[in-house]
Design a protein around this ligand. Structure first.
Ligand SMILES: C[S@@+](CC[C@H](N)C(=O)[O-])C[C@H]1O[C@@H](n2cnc3c(N)ncnc32)[C@H](O)[C@@H]1O
Length: 192
């Protein structure tokens, strides 16, 4: 588990990452790919669940997963009454494994949130939670910061870590929240 006390952050309402809406890069991806088969998707580190609801609204069987009980509670509250079939579960993405592996795993500000010493654990978790041939879609935050969270990374590090286990299908600069413009890169990988 991350050494950051995420639950304390939610209780203190210290959530600068939350922009009140889904990742613009994800919204554009789903709009551009209406033909994708509507499989299951896991959103680890889902926070308040904006991205989970975006996947559910696009027809996917979406599950949000978070280590902070308050995040899961708030995500449930934000979803109630929307008519969306989004699910939320409490748990540790790095330590857990799925009863049924997912067709998709969607990354958005979890990789940069965890302790960099756990990045190999993260790669192995992404493999474990996905079925063979499953899709790993990532909105990565490319900042130089060594003190975090968020902890910085580079395109080179991401390619080095993921390429041995995933085939890169596509890579692009997405539309971003205003304060992240030019700092995000999206990768669409397929599990080998
Ligand atoms: C920077 S926040 C991002 C939240 C959301 N993805 C967003 O962009 O709004 C990181 C989230 O990951 C969760 N988290 C951290 N470590 C985790 C772990 N090992 N397993 C599951 N969730 C984790 C935190 O509780 C927090 O909600």
């Amino acid at each position: 588990m991350s050494t950051t006390d995420w639950e304390a952050k939610y209780q203190a309402q210290d959530m600068p990452w939350d922009k009140g809406e889904a990742s613009p890069g994800l919204v554009d991806f789903l709009a551009a790919q209406p033909q994708l088969p509507h499989g299951s998707v896991l959103v680890p580190g889902c926070g308040l669940g904006h991205d989970v609801r975006a996947w559910a609204a696009a027809g996917f069987g979406a599950t949000g997963f978070d280590v902070a009980p308050s995040a899961v509670r708030l995500a449930h509250e934000r979803t109630a009454g929307t008519g969306l079939a989004a699910k939320f579960q409490l748990g540790d993405f790095l330590g857990g494994s799925p009863a049924q592996p997912f067709d998709w795993v969607f990354e958005h500000t979890l990789f940069c949130a965890i302790d960099p010493a756990r990045r190999e654990d993260y790669v192995q978790a992404a493999r474990r939670w996905l079925r063979p041939g499953g899709n790993y879609l990532a909105v990565n935050y490319l900042i130089p910061d060594k003190e975090g969270p968020p902890f910085g990374t580079t395109r080179e590090e991401l390619l080095e870590r993921f390429s041995p286990h995933f085939e890169l299908l596509q890579e692009w600069v997405p539309r971003s929240y205003p304060n992240r413009t030019g700092l995000e890169l999206m990768f669409w990988w397929r599990k080998r």
